[in-house]
Design a binder for this molecule. Structure first.
Ligand SMILES: *Cc1c(COP(=O)(O)O)cnc(C)c1O
Length: 475
């Protein structure tokens, strides 16, 4: 190592001297020690690395306490900012698992804040004046809306499936079609959940075809359950055959075996009434005579993360008595939001208007076109020759492992900017505050207004304005 580098390394300030400089100027007043000291160490480490890497001698100003203190302040602010951030979803994927899945209706928020910040009758029976059950808070409305004899809720649908299998079929065989051995994101696979529950998976049929006789031939003394899994995130098309739920229920009755269905996305609304593809409803599963059905609270239902279990009273009672229930129990804030969301379903038209997931899925193309045009003209108004915005007719997806074959016609805005690649635009948008998530197609940055909120159009314009300004200063 040459002498100048040695000298510069020796000039590196110590932690104490930076603390002193920042404290004297009042610069570090709002920064706790637990954040401050690591930030200072990181700044010194960076400087040391620069000295070692750089061929030229670093400017003296790099070592000035002013510049170091500013750098420490920026780093500390970054550490202290919320990690979970509001994000703009311009992907058009409505139930976007990475971006928070379902948005809650603004109508449920008052109830959430009241129950969260005040005491409640969470586990207190007000009529009897003694201990009650948290599950009873949503049981009646779930039964009312779905026609189920009994109901129960847990933390999420993965938990609901695990709990049902553990309660009904631990130690015995569960028959499932090979065409339904679903893997959803996050390492949730039906065979693995089965193993964890202590049930024994008995696969029948083939990937594309399963017949009633396949189930019947597999039934033995140790069979405990017939399971149907709704293939909510993919579809098997072509030469296919599956056993319908009513037919599976008939087999179950004949052999005195319970039948369970994991509906996954589970909806209370028949989407075919809104010009979308048919998705089996919860009511239809129950009407078919299924003994127990489970589904998510935050997929097509458009509520909070939760796992809803509906079915026969005797099965629900056994589930409630399972010790695993306590480990999977739903939290009171979720319960408050779930109840308030379910209340909206008493008037289906209101639900479709007021629950964002339903509203976005059923959004008329006319409305989307207007929004796309508004976004495009906002970008045109930036009057920068380098930017070109075009309207593109495309399709949006339901997402979240729901309605895999559904292509929702939509109108997107595609942007190109001279001398700035689509990748660079995407990165800029993602690093913006709030982050804007779109996608790249044919070297264009694409935004689908289906999943944008009214006020977000202006935020997107601002992000482009900042980007153009940043790149015109020759930075
Ligand atoms: C999504 C899904 C689950 C898991 O539901 P979570 O609420 O995400 O836990 C289970 N089964 C199927 C078929 C699903 O689609």
């Amino acid at each position: 190592m040459d002498d100048t580098k040695q000298t510069q390394l020796r000039q590196l300030p110590g932690v104490d001297s930076i603390v002193e400089a920042g404290t004297k100027s009042g610069y570090f007043d709002d920064i706790p020690k637990s954040v401050l000291i690591p930030a200072i160490r990181a700044v010194i480490d960076d400087l040391r690395e620069q000295i070692l890497k750089s061929d030229e001698t670093l400017d003296r100003t790099c070592f000035s306490s002013n510049s170091l203190v500013t750098e420490v302040k920026i780093r500390s602010a970054r550490t202290m900012a919320s990690k979970l951030r509001r994000t703009i979803n311009a992907t058009g994927v409505v139930v976007h698992t990475n971006l928070g899945r379902s948005l809650l209706s603004p109508l449920v928020i008052d109830q959430l804040s009241l129950i969260a910040t005040r005491y409640s009758n969470l586990e207190f029976n007000l009529e009897k004046g003694k201990r009650g059950s948290r599950y009873s808070q949503v049981e009646d409305i779930l039964c009312e809306l779905s026609g189920a004899p009994a109901a129960m809720v847990v933390n999420n649908n993965a938990g609901a499936v695990l709990l049902c299998l553990d309660t009904i079929a631990a130690g015995s065989e569960v028959i499932v079609s090979r065409g339904e051995l679903v893997e959803i994101g996050g390492a949730f696979r039906i065979p693995d959940v089965m193993t964890k529950s202590g049930a024994i998976l008995k696969e029948v049929g083939t990937t594309n075809r399963t017949h009633p006789r396949d189930y019947e031939n597999a039934i033995c003394d140790n069979t405990g359950l017939l399971l149907k899994v709704h293939t909510s995130n993919y579809s098997i098309v072509g030469f296919t055959s599956a056993v319908s739920l009513p037919d599976l229920v008939t087999i179950g009755r004949r052999y005195h075996l319970p039948v369970m269905e994991d509906l996954g996305s589970g909806t209370l609304v028949d989407f075919s009434n809104y010009g979308l593809l048919k998705e089996p409803t919860v009511q239809e599963s129950l009407a078919a005579g299924v003994d127990v059905v489970t589904f998510s609270g935050d997929k097509l239902l458009g509520g909070p993360q939760a796992g809803i279990i509906l079915g026969e009273q005797t099965i629900i009672d056994r589930i409630k008595a399972n010790p695993l229930t306590r480990a999977l129990r739903i939290d009171k804030m979720t319960l408050a939001v779930l109840e308030a969301t379910l209340q909206l379903y008493r008037d289906e038209k209101k639900a479709v208007r007021q629950i964002p997931t339903l509203q976005m899925l059923t959004m008329p193309i006319k409305v989307i076109r207007c929004r796309a045009a508004e976004l495009k003209s906002g970008l045109d108004r930036l009057s920068d020759q380098r930017l070109a915005a075009v309207l593109l007719e495309q399709v949006s997806k339901a997402g979240g492992g729901s309605l895999p074959l559904l292509d929702l016609p939509t109108s997107c805005v595609g942007v190109t900017i001279d001398n700035i690649s689509a990748n660079a635009i995407e990165q800029w948008m993602r690093n913006h505050t709030p982050p804007i998530i779109g996608r790249i197609e044919s070297d264009r940055f694409i935004m689908d207004p289906r999943t944008l909120q009214e006020e977000e159009l202006g935020m997107i314009e601002q992000a482009f304005k900042d980007l153009l300004a940043n790149r015109s200063e020759g930075k």
